[in-house]
Design a protein. Structure first.
Length: 96
């Protein structure tokens, strides 16, 4: 089996055919979008005889996923980047 991914990307809308994979073998692919936004991805399969499946149902994704900083200490450090040299010195990471 071979697989082709639809990335919904202006630059690389679809992948090349990826494979071959044995029947039942897990296949995976990755993609990096240049712009954050909402996308839908799909996949289709092709067998050894060149017969293609229709595209799968679309899967909606959002790039990039926002990660919330929950630690008050990490939020403090994020808001006060000038403290990093001082903290490095205090914990002995300054190299001197």
């Amino acid at each position: 089996m071979y697989y082709k991914w639809y990335w919904n990307d202006k630059i690389n809308e679809t992948s090349d055919w990826i494979g071959p994979y044995n029947s039942g073998e897990t296949a995976d692919a990755s993609h990096i979008w240049d712009e954050k936004g909402e996308y839908v991805i799909k996949v289709k399969a092709k067998d050894q005889y060149g017969e293609e499946s229709p595209w799968s149902d679309p899967l909606a994704i959002s790039m990039p996923k926002n990660k919330e900083i929950n630690s008050p200490f990490l939020r403090f450090l994020e808001n006060h980047p000038h403290l990093f040299p001082l903290l490095r010195y205090i914990v002995g990471l300054s190299g001197s």
